[in-house]
Design a protein around this ligand. Structure first.
Ligand code: AMP
Length: 285
């Protein structure tokens, strides 16, 4: 059965109220649509953890820079509805921009420090837009649990910090990155890749795995690991490295030696498509 689609905040609030009245817990998966197996895994995890699952589908204009792909971001609501329903969603919230940002919206949420590294400098205002829309969605849905993907590692860290700092009563669960068979992290943006770019894209994950192997075999010097990571990435034909960093897994700050869990995080342009991926290192996983 296809999940119902709600376009207004009032409809969502009414559905949540009814679910709560019948004793159900609420799980939430915020997305921008163009759903794939990575999103479906989040919905399945949500359905396991909560009784009533809401998936939001909203291409959020405030998290896109002026030169980014907001206008051409894929919008595939009917397919998204089928994928969400199949994975266990009970309600889809698909608001229009005016519903989420009525005229004269001037309040924004910023998480400092964690937004100053990795994707932050390359995408000014991006995390401010993400935090603002996610907090708004949390206030609309009021879920018990919300599920995010490890693929957007920095985003998950920032949301967890926001929820902690602002006492938002929601538990954040981070789910593993779902990959294609050849290792490429699934992403709605993969559909922008040409055939040649697509065939080279798995090199990104290979480079990350190589670094993880080096760390597992005892290399703890982060500068050496970072330069190995760069030399692996430059082997990908046509790739332009935006960043390739190894940072503390919790603070996202630079670290000289792997004494605590760290994350190797990269952003790479293949043609005009910007792909991100990461791997946790410095711990057995
Ligand atoms: P978006 O793709 O921006 O709509 O992301 C919606 C949610 O899905 C975020 O929490 C992402 O981290 C998550 N997500 C996207 N791709 C993947 C993936 N390959 N594996 C796991 N989670 C993902």
């Amino acid at each position: 059965m296809l999940a119902r689609v709600a376009n207004t905040i009032a409809e969502v609030r009414a559905a949540v109220k009814a679910a709560r009245q019948s004793g159900k817990t609420i799980g939430f998966v915020p997305t921008m649509g163009a759903l794939h197996e990575g999103h479906a895994a989040l919905v399945r995890a949500a359905k396991k953890a909560s009784d009533f699952v809401i998936v939001s589908i909203f291409v959020n204009p405030t998290q896109f820079g002026p030169k980014e792909d907001f206008a051409k971001y894929p919008r595939t609501l009917e397919a998204d509805r089928a994928i969400s329903s199949e994975a266990g969603a009970d309600l889809i919230f698909a608001p229009g921009v005016e519903e989420m940002y009525p005229e004269r919206s001037v309040t924004f949420v910023e998480v400092k420090e964690l937004d100053a590294v990795l994707c932050g400098p390359s995408r000014p205002g991006h995390f401010r837009g993400v935090c603002t829309v996610v907090l708004k969605l949390f206030n609309i849905v009021q879920p018990d649990k919300a599920h995010f993907g490890a693929k957007d590692y920095q985003q998950a860290r920032i949301i967890s910090q926001m929820v902690r700092d602002l006492n938002v009563p929601v538990a954040i669960q981070v789910e593993p990155t779902v990959r294609e068979q050849d290792g490429l992290a699934m992403s709605s943006r993969n559909r922008y890749l040409s055939a040649a770019e697509r065939s080279r894209a798995p090199g990104i994950y290979k480079a990350l795995q190589d670094i993880r192997e080096r760390a597992l075999s005892g290399e703890v010097d982060v500068a050496r690991l970072e330069s190995a990571l760069e030399s692996e990435l430059v082997k990908i034909i046509g790739a332009k490295i935006d960043y390739a960093r190894i940072v503390d897994a919790e603070t996202l700050q630079p670290t000289a030696r792997l004494t605590r869990p760290a994350v190797a995080a990269v952003a790479v342009f293949l043609g005009t498509t910007r792909l991100i991926d990461n791997i946790v290192i410095g711990v057995e996983n």
